[in-house]
Design a protein around this ligand. Structure first.
Ligand code: AMP
Length: 426
């Protein structure tokens, strides 16, 4: 036997049994964002490495150690996208989508990060995300958060998720805070782990993101960016809070929520759950008012979020909130003998033309009647239609009721469509 080639660690196959749940969730999310006026965008999975370096930030976990970067045959450095926003912004600039107009966009697809795989953390994972451009006010922040709350409600998860909120202020207030934080952390240099010591001078805000238990009290006592933000950002944040309060969406202010990427400003938020273990964040987002400019476009304020679909689906499974697949056939078509096989294929096509909503599973590649009926039962179909030499001769078809205690009947070919219409269409 040849050695079996396996999938790459941290990259999962999604098999038919679970895909019904995926499609259901995707449909719910899509319907909601489209009802708020978001339109789909699809961008390539591969982009220039420079795009991510410039947007996410050189000194972030993603760019430093998690990107799948390779040289293509022309010697260009390419990267499998580790997040969705950068590509979306790049495409918007390239196609003039942000110039003097607002845009509400949504996307969905795989992302790639070379992290250590564990439950809820994969190297290829899927996000459903939205981005809104050209709207600087706090109302769009609130609308976006309400839209996520509506998603959890629709999926039955409202009770199991909590919202954390913070504001990172504008560029200037971040710069000032930066110095204060560096001074504080430098004073406690010996309490910083190796990663944080390195970040101290490159990206000190990320030290606040550390999950190292030994550093938590140091982090809790650090000066808070939220206390230092500029007056305009403060007013913006207060207004977001007011709008959420009015809509009765509860939240926790978390001054340590900085999110992993450099491009955020002002409002940032994260939805998490305590039912999935260590990987608890199911949705994260925030404003990125400078990113379009940073990538060479005209200034366009923006905000977005991304939902991790693997974690969302795991949460739904945890609470048994996944609907059962409806992809069972209505009819199993048993064909006995060569003549029936010849005629059966066309008859099935004819039935599909006449009854497009009826799902017909044709028995292929032969078998005894007994084995075909076994398959019919296993398929979950409601009826088995049986065509053999006798039926062909008499121009009838036999109908076996697979889920009811009813005797088998014989229906003439002329009446077959109206018989099936009565069974399935009304
Ligand atoms: P981020 O782009 O890091 O803000 O992530 C947004 C969401 O994507 C998170 O809240 C997670 O639900 C999900 N996510 C991020 N990284 C992973 C990963 N490695 N595996 C699975 N889901 C992830």
């Amino acid at each position: 036997m040849l050695k079996i080639i396996q999938a790459i660690r941290g990259m999962n196959d999604l098999l038919p049994d679970v895909l019904f749940a995926w499609r259901h969730v995707e449909q719910v999310l899509r319907d909601i964002v489209e009802s708020y006026g978001y339109r789909e965008i699809r961008t390539p999975i591969v982009e220039s490495t420079a795009l991510f370096q410039r947007s996410i930030g050189e000194v972030t976990d993603i760019v430093e150690k998690e990107m799948y970067t390779f040289e293509d045959r022309n010697g260009d450095s390419l990267t499998l996208r580790p997040e969705g926003t950068a590509g979306c912004v790049r495409a918007g600039i390239e196609h003039g989508l942000f110039y003097n107009q607002v845009q509400r966009l949504w996307y969905q697809g795989p992302l790639f990060r070379h992290e250590r795989p564990q439950k809820g953390r994969y190297r290829q994972f899927n996000q459903f995300g939205v981005e809104a451009f050209g709207m600087p006010g706090p109302d769009i922040d609130a609308e976006m958060i309400l839209m996520t709350a509506r998603m959890w409600q629709k999926l039955g998860l409202s009770e199991h998720v909590t919202l954390q909120l913070n504001s990172l202020g504008d560029r200037e207030s971040r710069k000032e805070y930066h110095e204060k934080l560096v001074a504080y952390l430098s004073k406690h240099h010996d309490q910083l782990d190796e990663d944080s010591q390195r970040r101290l001078h490159t990206n000190p805000l990320r030290v606040l993101d550390s999950k190292n238990p030994d550093m938590q009290s140091l982090i809790q006592n650090a000066p808070k960016l939220l206390d230092e933000i500029d007056a305009e950002s403060r007013a913006h944040f207060d207004r977001v809070r007011f709008l959420l309060d009015q809509a009765e969406v509860s939240y926790v202010i978390n001054p340590c929520l900085v999110r992993g990427l450099d491009y955020y400003s002002r409002t940032v938020f994260e939805w998490s759950t305590d039912c999935l273990g260590a990987q608890s964040a199911i949705c994260g987002g925030g404003r990125f008012d400078y990113l379009v400019e940073q990538l060479g476009g005209h200034v366009a304020p923006a905000i977005g979020f991304a939902i991790g679909l693997e974690r969302l689906i795991a949460l739904l499974e945890h609470f048994h909130l996944i609907p059962v697949s409806d992809l069972v056939p209505d009819i199993y078509f048993a064909l006995v003998g060569v003549e029936a096989e010849d005629k059966g294929l066309l008859l099935a096509e004819h039935l599909r033309d006449a009854l497009p909503s009826v799902k017909i599973l044709m028995n292929a590649s032969n078998g005894s009647l007994k084995s075909q009926l076994k398959k019919a039962d296993k398929s979950g179909a409601t009826l088995a239609l049986i065509l053999g030499a006798n039926e062909i001769e008499q121009e009838v078809i036999a109908v076996k009721f697979l889920r009811e205690e009813k005797d088998q009947v014989v229906v003439s070919m002329d009446e077959l469509i109206s018989f099936l219409e009565k069974e399935f269409v009304n």
